[in-house]
Design a protein around this ligand. Structure first.
Ligand code: C2E
Ligand code: CA
Ligand code: CA
Length: 645
């Protein structure tokens, strides 16, 4: 019972909330009244129908019996009563909600017509037994009246009219009529009261259900953090536009640097920043677009209508400007920037999902090349995207075991004057597309969820190669960002190593800064596990990213590979030489091994040699080669020096 009371109280609160949201108290009472009208309407009509037939019946009967001058009056009266009843029937049948007040008035007129009809018939031919009608009428009035007030007025009138007929009757008969009329009136009013109370409860329950449903509906399409439309709402909106053939633009806004804020200042500050960003985007977009949050730090705007590219770019600039002002949160001044990708939908092309894909493609292009700006999906993007898709399809359909292969590039120790290991580099020759560069198909594999399969197939191939090499030769194997985050894949790699009986110390996994960036904590934990089992970890492409030094500190590394761009620039830029020297020094201090990547010429080597590099990997010492060639190269270096070519 208490639970029920609680639910009702909660329901009332929500109805009130709903009312407030709909526009204040008048709106809630309007919703309530119209629900009441809806409840009354069928009841009224059900009651009215028999009354109508009854009156038509007695009117016809009266007309048939009456003679002379009365006939006209009676016919007119019957016609008027029937008209009132028919009019009331019509009003109660109208599809649009009539006001409660109109219902009450209708019921009153109906009751008045019935009363008048009875009174005139009685006046026309008085029969004391017919006075019982006045006792019965209050019950009828109570049933048809919308409010108890209306029923009470009708009952009083009925009693009043009855009184005008009493003077000619014996006092005891008159008293009895009055008594019975009052009794039935009270009974009628009480029944009316009970009926109305039941009706009100029913209406309240219905409104409560509606309020709950409306709230649930609202929650399903609102982002709880920012209170703006969520991903689902935005896609629903686009779906509607697509179905209606309405042209629109979709913009995807990505906050650059949000992750760092979240990492450094914590989630509470991150949340506050997102709320503020949502508010800024919404107000900068104004009426020109609907703004929603579709991912962690991703917002979407749907620009309705036939805006042209210039207008959309202007809007993008406004948004980026609005987001670039510092955010003052918890006494901190935080800066983020934003990149936006736009795609247009003309009436003839694409589902919401496809438009999203295009805007996303434009966004990622912009993030790679023009961070902090907006980009519009164009014909060039379209071509690249189509290529990407056919690449992904070919990869999905590929027989990975048969089509994937590894080549091996030597890592050369200058001090020992020998190859100490190989980096395994993936190759894919697709039967439909021909040879596909590894960075391309690795990315495609990541996108289409095939990367763990690709990694496992390649790694198994690498382990087989190792079985043919001498024990002191190691293998460097590249892991993608997805692999590093996926403890399951890493476990299966470790299992393969065990099954092959290869010593983990002979294997080193190469990772890049971008690969671990998305979830550094998780990646570092996984890598520490690998390290604990004896595997080496190399940080690849060192210096090509944003904050390489930070990663030296946070990851369990055994080796650093200096990016080939430094080696390339060493001849023309003194800074590059200085950086290489500094990193080599750092590696010595931290007891990390170090590889100089991309040494192609003797001239480059001549410049680098004085820095005493540890290991060299580059075309000068060997291009990526087939397994059989590695065996030849290894055999060659085992020969006595004098015999080498
Ligand atoms: P990476 O790991 O930095 O690999 C080195 C790339 O530099 C290789 O390109 C190699 O052929 C090239 N290279 C080596 N020496 C020289 C040189 O002296 N000059 C020049 N210009 N280039 C040199 P490749 O084989 O095309 O691989 C490209 C990238 O693809 C790799 O970069 C790596 O990020 C990725 N990748 C290759 N194989 C795999 C793999 O098995 N798994 C994963 N996840 N990624 C792979
Ligand atoms: Ca590598
Ligand atoms: Ca590299």
């Amino acid at each position: 019972m208490r639970l029920f009371g609680h639910v009702v109280a909660e329901g009332r609160r929500r109805i009130a909330d709903l009312g407030a949201r709909l526009g204040g108290d008048s709106a809630i009472s309007a919703a309530y009244a119209s629900a009441l009208v809806e409840a009354y309407r069928p009841l009224m009509r059900a009651l009215l129908l028999p009354i109508l037939f009854f009156h038509i019946g007695i009117s016809l009967f009266a007309v048939a019996r009456a003679e002379g001058q009365h006939q006209l009056v009676l016919v007119a009266l019957s016609a008027a009563t029937a008209a009132v009843l028919i009019w009331a029937w019509r009003v109660w049948s109208l599809p649009e909600a009539t006001s409660l007040w109109r219902h009450e008035r209708n019921a009153f007129f109906v009751n008045l017509a019935i009363l008048a009809n009875t009174a005139v018939h009685l006046a026309d031919s008085f029969d004391p037994t017919k006075l019982v009608y006045f006792a019965v009428m209050p019950v009828l009035f109570a049933a048809t009246a919308v409010s108890v007030r209306g029923a009470a007025i009708a009952a009083t009138l009925s009693l009043g009219v009855l009184l005008t007929f009493l003077p000619g009757l014996p006092p005891t008969t008159a008293q009895r009529f009055v008594f019975v009329t009052i009794l039935l009136s009270v009974l009628g009013l009480w029944t009316a009261h009970l009926l109305r109370r039941a009706l009100h409860r029913q209406v309240e329950a219905r409104l409560m259900i509606h309020a709950f449903a409306a709230e649930a509906q609202q929650q399903a399409v609102t982002d709880p953090l920012t209170q703006i439309p969520n991903r689902r709402a935005m896609f629903d909106l686009m779906d509607r536009y697509v179905q209606a053939g309405t042209p629109f633009w979709l913009g995807i806004v990505d906050l650059d640097g949000f992750k760092a804020v979240n990492d450094v200042y914590g989630h509470a500050v991150g949340d506050a920043l997102l709320r503020e960003a949502a508010a800024r985007i919404t107000s900068a977009a104004g009426k020109s677009a609907v703004v929603g949050r579709i991912g962690g730090d991703e917002f979407a705007l749907v620009v309705n209508g036939d805006a042209d590219e210039v207008e959309v770019r202007d809007l993008g600039d406004d948004l980026i400007m609005a987001l670039s002002a510092p955010f003052e949160i918890d006494f901190a001044r935080l800066s983020v920037s934003a990149t936006i990708g736009f795609a247009a939908r003309t009436p003839a092309d694409g589902s919401a999902g496809e438009i999203y894909e295009r805007a996303d493609f434009a966004l990622y292009g912009a993030k790679a090349e023009n961070r902090g700006q907006s980009a519009v999906f164009d014909a060039v993007n379209d071509k690249v995207m189509a290529d990407t898709k056919s690449l992904e399809r070919a990869l999905r359909e590929a027989d990975l075991e048969a089509e994937l292969n590894l080549v091996y590039q030597p890592q050369f120790s200058l001090r020992e004057d020998r190859i100490i290991g190989f980096e395994a580099l993936a190759r894919w020759v697709s039967p439909t597309l021909g040879p596909v560069p590894p960075d391309k198909f690795i990315r495609a594999a990541e996108r289409s969820g095939l990367i763990s399969r690709v990694t496992t197939v390649l790694f198994a191939r690498g382990l087989k190669a190792m079985a043919l090499w001498p024990d002191e030769i190691h293998l460097s194997f590249n892991l993608s960002g997805h692999d590093v985050c996926d403890a399951g894949v890493l476990h299966s790699l470790v299992d393969l190593v065990r099954a092959q009986g290869v010593a983990p110390q002979r294997i080193e996994f190469e990772i890049t800064e971008t690969a671990v960036m998305s979830d550094i904590e998780h990646s570092a934990a996984n890598l520490r596990q690998l390290q604990a089992q004896g595997f080496g970890i190399a940080l690849d492409d060192f210096g090509s990213g944003y904050s390489s030094f930070e990663y030296i500190d946070r990851l369990p590394l055994s080796k650093i590979k200096i990016d080939k761009s430094f080696v390339r620039k060493v001849s023309e830029s003194r800074t590059s030489g200085a950086i290489v020297a500094a990193v080599l020094g750092l590696c010595r201090t931290l007891e990390l091994r170090c590889v100089l990547e991309g040494v192609e010429t003797r001239a480059e080597l001549a410049r680098l040699e004085p820095l005493q590099p540890d290991l060299i990997q580059g075309y000068l010492f060997g291009k990526p080669m087939a397994l059989i060639e590695t065996l030849a190269a290894l055999a060659h270096q085992e020969e006595p020096l004098a015999q080498r070519g």
